[in-house]
Design a protein around this ligand. Structure first.
Ligand code: AMP
Ligand code: TRP
Length: 329
């Protein structure tokens, strides 16, 4: 079975990314042949700083390894190192509906928030579909916010298969049971995010332990005093989910364990549990990030493996669409 996921080298990575992304990648790598892509081409769809893109690509690569991906066993690589991704995006744009792209909620949200809306922001889901389809992917571990993009990738695969003959596996998403949508600690009605959330409500993966504890201590809770999940209790529900993930218990077990305790106890324990979860990650990250030649060596290894795996699919796409091919040079 093939697994593929992508993550952008923008913004500081946070606890939501860890729970909805990194943690799932390390787990799903056990299911089969894993491809994990730093989607640097996606990062230029909103205004970016070239220096940042460069450094954050290396930061993210080190973080992927620090959170448990094995670059010798899985294929961990940067999208721009494998030109098939940009090519696949163009070819697939022929079978992507303009209307459907315009209905992507992420596009609408991001477009609403800026004056200059790039064409790339609009076509971004086509690039994402190419990422996934090039590897004949069966499963895509992602957070809830990417569900609509994955559905679009499935539609694109089906339309291409119907028009040009079976070329792609139609992929399925894998969403975490708990924590598919971690919310901002200060404003629990919106998702945790370094680009759209609050500073105090976003726990960054590289925050110092004291900062992490402080952010949890000042987390916004809800009215009432019971520790249980519910639509009327977004703050407490979020804390329960985070504690469940950090300690490997179910949210139900946590509700039972905290029956009769106060919000203060819960906030303190979640803070401690998250510190325990992230501390080893931070240590490994700092060590890896300091060795740039080794990171570049491993990136080159990933690029070679990804090129070998994606070339046959790209060739099949060109051939079935009727392009003249020149054969092996
Ligand atoms: P990004 O950093 O936007 O490329 O996202 C990387 C991964 O983290 C994707 O699979 C997202 O679905 C996931 N993710 C981002 N924010 C959250 C959040 N607040 N809760 C859960 N998962 C998230
Ligand atoms: N769009 C995804 C995000 O912002 C990142 C991404 C790009 C991705 N290509 C992908 C995720 C392919 C899964 C599979 O989070």
């Amino acid at each position: 079975m093939r697994i593929f996921s992508g993550i952008q080298p923008t913004g500081d990575k946070h606890l939501g990314n860890f729970i909805g992304g990194f943690r799932q990648y390390a787990q799903t790598q056990e299911l089969g042949e894993g491809y994990f892509c730093i989607v640097d081409l996606h990062s230029i769809t909103v205004e970016h700083d070239p220096r940042d893109l460069h450094d954050r690509t290396l930061d993210l690569f080190a973080m992927l390894i620090a959170t448990g991906l094995d670059p010798e066993r899985s294929t961990v690589f940067a999208q721009s190192h494998v030109t098939a991704h940009a090519e696949a995006c163009w070819l697939l744009s022929a079978v992507t509906s303009y209307g459907q792209l315009g209905r992507m909620t992420q596009f609408k949200d991001k477009a609403d928030r800026r004056e200059f809306v790039s064409a790339g922001l609009f076509t971004y889901p086509v690039l994402m579909a190419g990422d996934i389809l090039l590897y004949q992917t069966h499963r895509v571990p992602i957070g809830e916010d990417q569900r609509q993009h994955l559905e679009l990738a499935r539609d694109i695969a089906e339309r291409f298969n119907a028009r040009f003959g079976k070329t792609f596996v139609v992929p399925e998403g894998i969403y975490p049971d708990v924590g598919a949508r971690i919310m901002d600690l200060q404003e629990p009605m919106r998702k945790m995010s370094t680009t759209g959330g609050t500073e105090q409500g976003t726990v960054k993966l590289l925050d110092e332990p004291d900062t992490i504890r402080r952010k949890f201590r000042s987390a916004v809770t809800d009215s009432g005093r019971e520790i249980r999940r519910g639509d009327d209790k977004p703050g407490v529900s979020n804390l329960i989910d985070i504690l469940a993930v950090a300690t490997g218990r179910t949210p139900g077990e946590i509700e039972v364990a905290y029956d009769g305790s106060g919000y203060g106890d819960l906030k303190r324990d979640v803070g401690d549990a998250v510190v325990a979860l992230l501390e080893p990650v931070r240590g490994r990250y700092l060590e890896l990030r300091a060795d740039e030649p080794e990171l570049l060596r491993l990136l080159a290894l990933g690029a070679d493996k990804a090129r070998a795996a994606s070339t046959p699919t790209l060739e099949a796409m060109y051939e079935r669409m009727g392009f003249v091919r020149l054969g092996q040079p």
